[in-house]
Design a protein. Structure first.
Length: 787
């Protein structure tokens, strides 16, 4: 017989003690208050309801697990001896259905919870309990079982699988996973897929555990046998993650519509799991023993929490398809990764959450019916918009510069095959072409876009040759460049000209390539494990560098170059952490046919400190490459008079040790921009070389900064509205986000957006700031080996 604890029916509970109503999408749950007594709920299908507060006793100060195989049931553990819930003891474990409010008591886990040498690595319910209405259609031969994976903290013990049948077993049974298999010692997680249990033991190593049928005449009720076999899935181990060789990662598995996805979140080693640098999603196929990286999830929407996973249909929810919603420990921010766009949006789900609050998680409550939404709700729609209508100008050239001939044919068709005889200016075509020929390429585009007559008379700009005679302009602003889904089409957004967007179809060489650094109109990019090259998107010029050494791959925390790659004195510099007290540096100079690399000790640092380079670009300044550490320490690699490395002795006490800072040269000075969590704090410092201390900067005056992981630039503002501002590679809607030192808030040009953090903005993973450069190059200049 099932052992159940009777609880008041839903009608007998107060509204505050009831869970929210079921939805097709999971609820985000954020515990808060003393003893984690209360819960704040948020649902992506109801983004305007952000103050749903509950006090549900089954969830108060408890740990819970849920995944798609649970079909709405939670496995809940009282893992605190200070749990305030009546009739709930330390170590108690039970199943709970938040819709029906059914509770099925499981055997106590107190014995296992008290073992210091074990920790819980995962928990899963194979299927909902058979006796419940939610499992009426389940296979009667597929008994519901609860599994806990306990992993040892040292190598002297085995991994143990602890399991029971809900409502039947009076105590937990165990299955030891032998430590003779080295991979089993590193069991990391547990998931259930297509009737089999899987234990992840490494990047591509798994244990497949299948329950064996018990004999009818088996008198031993505690006897349960499993077939266990080890698997290794084929996979391309290289992924162009952002970070150095010592970067950490966390792996989760999510089941969705009879498919299993492996999600790898890469983190900086500083700050553990608080900052995600890259995300990789793979589809696993255990029948073919293979895994494949995916660039689209199709209709799948995935959810990752601390101990829960969920999946839904984008069509049923009316959401943008192919998104991954995830949370981070001790962070109430909701992160939305769009796999197809390769961009992450940050969102604040609950406003004015009472303190203290704790790590959020997902909870799916299975509705009896699923309502199919009319239309799709984009991420931007879910996040909401400013009241003012979005009026981003998209120059007509932008969409059609990919195929200019087709555009001209279309225009002539609309005009009856005839050109207009005169423009709005009253000037004939020859004069218009003469004027256009003396304009800067960007101004040329604007002049051509003034009216249809101009577009018919003036030829479309050729980005490769840019045949206008004026390549200089008195005004200057870098462009934000990014690609979507590793395509050849790249977006360029101009913050100076009202966030105009230009679309450029670039070389196939860029498919699968990652932007690593930008300077002087040149992108420094990597592709695969060893290929590094320069690319000028304005002239389509390419310059290949020698491959990285045989025993090395691209695993740098930062890379930079000293001068334009066409210059004879150009040097490329790359750095990564080698150990607690050393860095590894790679260098190649123009004319060299191989990379020089060495390991350098970090001098002038206290013994307890390590030099961990920020995951962004070093700066070439006064004949040396400067690298910023998370603590504010500066490492200097001098290229004059032989290669030398040293860490400057003082400036390290000012900075946040978890979130990166950005180094930029401004008016001959070195500045550091310290950015807090989701941009909640912005501080600028100038390095005083005479005293070797960071001095706070209150104003940039008439200058502006452009900050990103791959390029940090400064420039004189071409307009007063751009002065004293920091531009970030983030978009609010279609507008670039900037921080005003005058207001102390974030804004976007042309909208009413005003905020104190990055919330409701997105950043593309493969982006950079770039200075337009149409200077033509010769074949000799494009040969790296030629000096």
């Amino acid at each position: 017989m099932e052992e159940k604890i009777a609880l008041p029916a839903a009608s007998e509970r107060s509204e505050r003690r009831r869970p929210p109503v079921p939805r097709a999408s999971p609820w985000l749950v954020i515990p808060h208050g003393n003893d984690e007594k209360d819960q704040a709920f948020f649902n992506i299908c109801e983004p305007k309801i952000r103050t749903c507060r509950k006090c549900i006793p089954e969830m108060t100060r408890k740990r819970f697990w849920q995944s798609p195989s649970h079909q709405g049931w939670l496995v809940i553990l009282c893992d605190s001896d200070a749990d305030p819930t009546p009739n709930c003891n330390f170590g108690d474990c039970f199943l709970w259905n938040p819709v029906s409010l059914e509770r099925i008591q499981l055997p106590t886990l107190l014995h296992w919870v008290l073992l210091d040498h074990y920790e819980i690595r995962g928990c899963v319910l194979s299927s909902p309990p058979r006796s419940t209405a939610s499992a009426a259609d389940a296979d009667e031969d597929d008994d519901s079982m609860v599994f806990f994976l306990f992993s040892p903290r040292d190598e002297s013990h085995d991994c143990v699988l602890v399991f029971c049948r809900p409502g039947e077993d009076k105590q937990w049974r165990r299955q030891e996973l032998s430590r003779n298999n080295v991979r089993i010692r590193y069991a990391q997680s547990l998931f259930y897929f297509k009737g089999k249990l899987y234990v992840m033991c490494g990047r591509n190593w798994y244990l497949e555990i299948e329950k064996q049928l018990e004999s009818d005449d088996d008198e031993d009720d505690d006897h349960q046998t499993f077939s266990i076999r080890s698997l290794v899935l084929n996979d391309d181990p290289f992924f162009p993650s952002k970070g150095g060789s010592l970067i950490s990662f966390k792996i989760d598995h999510v089941e969705s519509c009879n498919e299993i996805f492996k999600v790898v979140k890469y983190h900086s080693t500083r700050g553990s799991n608080k900052v995600v640098t890259s995300i990789r999603v793979l589809r696993l196929d255990f029948s073919l023993m293979a895994s494949e990286e995916v660039k689209s999830l199709g209709d799948h929407v995935l959810f990752l929490g601390r101990s829960t996973t969920a999946s839904c249909s984008a069509a049923e929810l009316g959401l943008t398809r192919g998104c991954l919603f995830y949370t981070l420990p001790k962070d109430q921010t909701l992160y939305i990764f769009d796999i197809e766009d390769n961009a992450t949006t940050v969102y604040l789900p609950c406003l004015k959450l009472p303190t203290p609050w704790f790590s959020p998680d997902w909870m799916l409550m299975m509705p009896t019916t699923v309502r199919v939404a009319n239309g799709r709700r984009r991420i931007e729609d879910m996040l909401g918009k400013d009241e003012e209508e979005d009026n981003v100008i998209e120059v007509e050239e932008n969409r059609t510069s990919i195929n200019d001939d087709e555009k001209e044919d279309q225009e002539q068709k609309h005009n009856g095959g005839e050109l207009e005889k005169a423009s709005t200016w009253g000037l004939n075509g020859d004069i218009l072409e003469l004027i256009a020929n003396y304009l800067h390429p960007v101004d040329y585009i604007h002049f051509r876009a003034v009216c249809k007559a101009n577009r018919l008379i003036i030829p479309a700009v050729n980005w490769r040759t840019s045949y206008t005679e004026n390549r200089q302009t008195t005004t200057f602003s870098p462009l934000l460049v990014f690609s979507i889904n590793n395509d050849t089409i790249h977006n360029f957004i101009d913050p100076m000209h009202n966030n105009e967007k230009y679309l450029m179809n670039l070389s196939n060489l860029l498919v699968g390539a990652t932007i690593r650094f930008s300077k002087g109109g040149w992108l420094l990019m990597s592709k695969g494990m060893k290929n590094v090259f320069f690319y000028n998107p304005f002239t389509r010029a390419t310059m290949q560098l020698p491959d990285l050494p045989d025993d090395n791959s691209y695993e740098f925390s930062g890379i930079s170059f000293s001068s334009l790659p066409t210059s004879s004195d150009c040097i490329v510099f790359a750095i990564t952490q080698w150990s607690m007290d050393a860095v590894s540096i790679f260098v190649i100079a123009r004319g060299d046919d191989f990379w020089t690399y060495n390991t350098y000790e970090n001098t002038n640092l206290p013994k307890y400190m390590e030099f961990l380079p920020c995951l962004n670009n070093p700066v070439f300044y006064d004949g040396a490459f400067y690298c910023l550490d998370y603590n504010g320490s500066l490492g200097v690699f001098n290229i004059e008079g032989g290669f030398t490395w040293k860490v400057l002795p003082k400036p390290q006490e000012k900075f946040n040790p978890i979130y990166p800072s950005f180094l930029v040269e401004c008016e001959g000075k070195l500045l550091s921009v310290d950015v807090g969590h989701v941009g909640k704090s912005i501080r600028i410092f100038r390095l005083d070389f005479s005293k070797m201390v960071w001095v706070k900067v209150e104003s940039l005056g008439k200058r502006m900064l452009f900050i990103s992981d791959t390029s940090c630039l400064s420039a004189i503002a071409p307009h007063s509205r751009m002065e004293n501002k920091i531009y970030f590679p983030r978009l609010h809607g279609e507008r670039i986000l900037f921080y005003s030192l005058d207001t102390g808030r974030y804004h976007s040009l042309g909208s009413r957006h005003s905020a104190l953090a990055f919330y409701y903005t997105k950043e593309n993973s493969n982006c950079s700031w770039i200075e337009p450069n149409w200077s033509q190059t010769t074949e000799q200049e494009l040969n790296w080996l030629s000096i």
